[in-house]
Ligand binder design. Sequence first.
Ligand SMILES: [Cu+2]
Length: 306
Amino acid sequence: MQVSTMCSRTLMLLVVVAIASVGGFRVTTAAHDSPEITATITATDFAYDIPDTVEAGYVTFTLVNDGAEDHHAQILRLNEGTDLEGLLQAFDERGEAAISEHGSFVGGPGLTSPGHESSSIVRLDAGSYVAICFVPSPDGSLHLEKGMVREFTVTGEVDGHEPEADVTAALTDFGFEAPSEVPAGEQTWEVVNGGPQPHEIQFVRLDEGVTFDQFLEGLSAQAVPASPGAGHGDAHGGAEVSTPLAAVDPPFTSVGGVQALDVGATGWFVADLAPGTYAIVCYIPDVVSGTPHYALGMVQELTVTG
Ligand SMILES: [Cu+2]
């Protein structure tokens, strides 16, 4: 697995604020030294609409879920000499484990409920990439198996600095180093995977009146009954299948996050959180036992104050 090396943070941020007077109204625009690159990914059941080419840099992906099931967009940087066809062939032959051998997990917009959208910033260097949806349908098959994978190309050179973070969080085996309370509104979370396994951070807003403990009960009720050391494949009948979220009771809304990051990689969640009770969760299965990381401690309450 390829480890991304991140440039040290550029502390000098030149902000030029231009104030112009237009027709009696004051219009304020801010510009800084790095171009803002955005790309929209529209998810349906079961396909992505995504630009064929994206400029290198710190790219803000907005995932718009126009489908009836939860979706995410895992961004995978393909290894040199690998293409989508080769990746799918390896997946057909050896399942999910083959995917990480063909590329690097660099993040991407997290789980997003139908009718919602979420944004995540990914550092993209020039190369070939794919967006993949690993979410399982109620029939047990992954969206990837229903065709939800799309290749795109990144061209040019990274120009600019890392996004400015309002909140920082670290992912570890197995837990989050993250605040337990944040104010409502727009904020950028910088998320670093300290490893040694790939991890993600998913933000879940609990419905009014639902407690974090009830959410945990719902999670454990449908957690895979795997014991540590059960051996790869035993817990899932050979497939590394993510948890079917739709089955979790009580109800909640998936509002995004940062998809799987390889060890040492950084991703950014562009949050716009309404006040309420949230959970942050990692659903990725343990590489040995198949036990979801949340069952090993990667789930935490987050209060968003109004
Ligand atoms: Cu994890």
